[in-house]
Design a binder for this molecule. Structure first.
Ligand code: SAJ
Length: 446
């Protein structure tokens, strides 16, 4: 096909798209391309996702997504199908968004990705545009995906078909806005691939920057690793402040008045599917693991749930409560504010550690049904009922509005708060009759 012909097909929305993987990234991708006017098929392994989408209902809680799915399913531009390769034969564009987890040895597990690429390779036609949006270790596009597609299809990348790595940068809760408004990197395997994929993505994204696949791969994991390292620094600072008797919230906020300083927030640990994994993708093939700021940061962030457990023990000791009988109320199992995702949440290790110590643990989350083994409460009032200690692990909007005067009478005498997210003002908690313990706050001592 002439360059112009393919560009015109993109402009006129004449290409048929398949999105492989219809989760937190794939489904918004499918819905936005359908909204832009393309005919889109969303593929997934889970029948419940397929059924939900085809009924016009979003299976994930994401602002704006419900409207996009229902209207585009109604017009017929969006449909979902169970994993199968037969429909791939008629597609002009395939976008891969399957998960790329790490295994127990912290090594990338590319099984889902390579399976999807194999299916694509077997069905590849001339002029197909293949786009990888899954997060991958450096060199994967050039050294694994490209040869696999070429050998299975007998076609040549950047000549007969086009291949680019286009990392996603969306944050749950703001997915649609960030998808369309954040700068999108297009890492082409060659000039033609970068050009066609840029034009394709410019139908849904406002800003595109073209680069090569390797640079885009490293840039993607570097972004999340930077954030993880920055948060680890904030967490170490929190421990330093606690021991010195200072408040880390004030320290960070004052340090950040410097024009070239931007320290992130300390907390109960880093959760979610990205920051906990991408640093390991970045250093996968690199020989620096015993002396690496990146792995040290991971260890610091992973140690924070244990620090929350230590703060809880101090709070119970300070308020003279007995481990045998103490009841703990945990607020939040989602990995961050106002999302329904509990993957790798700091609450998991914290709750399981508390249960192992013999505490009675109850949890409440307005977005997530996950409890990690704690007893489930379905409201704030229920979770604090006769509790001795309230632990805050997620900064959901509902929790930021807590009225401590209303909570206090529901709890046992002499209650304490362990504020992992620093959303309660310490002196207000103390005025209302709570003993306050917070990450990075001077600890009360007996
Ligand atoms: N957190 C802190 N302190 C902070 C900020 C976050 O402790 O100052 C914690 C959060 O509570 C949460 C974890 O870090 O447990 C991760 O939250 P997040 O908001 O930093 O990141 P994600 O995983 O929701 O999304 C990240 C984003 N990357 C960056 O901001 C560099 C997003 O843009 C990416 O698209 C996403 O990873 C991804 O899919 O890679």
């Amino acid at each position: 096909m002439e360059d112009k012909e393919l560009l015109n097909k993109i402009k006129d929305r004449k290409l048929k798209l398949t999105i492989i993987g219809s989760g937190y990234v794939g489904l918004p991708t499918a819905a936005l391309f359908a909204e832009a006017g393309f005919n889109v098929t969303a593929v997934d392994l889970k029948p419940e996702i397929i059924e939900s989408v085809n009924n016009g209902l979003t299976p994930i809680d994401e602002p704006g997504l419900q409207e996009l799915i229902s209207s585009n399913v109604k017009t017929g531009r969006l449909k979902a199908v169970l994993n199968s390769d037969k429909h791939l034969k008629q597609k002009d564009v395939v976008i891969v968004t399957v998960q790329t987890p790490i295994n127990k040895d912290k090594k990338p597990d590319l099984t889902f990705l390579l399976k999807a690429v194999t299916t694509i390779g077997k069905n590849l036609r001339k002029d197909t545009i293949v786009t990888i949006c899954s997060t991958i270790p450096p060199k994967t596009t050039q050294e694994k995906i490209k040869p696999l597609l070429e050998s299975l299809s007998g076609l040549k990348a950047d000549v007969d078909f086009y291949l680019a790595y286009v990392p996603e940068r969306i944050a749950p809760g703001k997915t649609l806005k960030e998808f369309t408004e954040s700068t999108r990197l297009v890492g082409g395997i060659g000039k033609n691939s970068a050009n066609f994929v840029s034009h394709l993505f410019s139908t849904v994204c406002k800003k595109i920057v073209e680069t090569d696949a390797l640079t885009a791969e490293i840039a993607k994991v570097a972004e999340n690793t930077f954030r993880d390292v920055n948060i680890a620094f904030a967490n170490e600072l929190a421990l330093i402040c606690e021991q010195n008797g200072a408040d880390v919230t004030e320290v960070i906020s004052l340090a950040n008045t410097h024009p070239r300083v931007n320290i992130h927030l300390s907390g109960p640990g880093v959760g979610g599917p990205c920051l906990t994994k991408d640093p390991y993708l970045l250093i996968d093939q690199i020989d620096c693991k015993n002396n690496s700021i990146i792995t040290t940061a991971r260890c610091i962030n992973d140690s924070m749930p244990n620090h929350i457990i230590d703060l809880t023990k101090s709070a119970l000791q300070y308020t003279k409560k007995d481990v045998e009988t103490a009841k703990i109320a945990v607020l939040g199992t989602a990995y961050k504010a106002d999302v329904d995702d509990s993957r790798n949440s700091a609450s998991e290790k914290t709750i399981q550690g508390l249960l192992a110590l013999g505490f009675k643990v109850f949890s409440y989350d307005p977005f997530c049904s996950e409890t990690f083994g704690a007893k489930k409460a379905s409201s704030l009032q229920e979770v604090v009922h006769e509790a001795d200690c309230l632990i805050i692990l997620t900064d959901h909007s509902e929790f930021k509005k807590i009225d401590l005067s209303k909570i206090k009478p529901l709890m046992n005498n002499n209650p304490s708060i362990v504020d992992g997210k620093r959303i309660i003002t310490p002196h207000v908690a103390e005025e209302k009759g709570f003993s306050y313990f917070g990450v990075g706050y001077p600890a009360l001592t007996v």
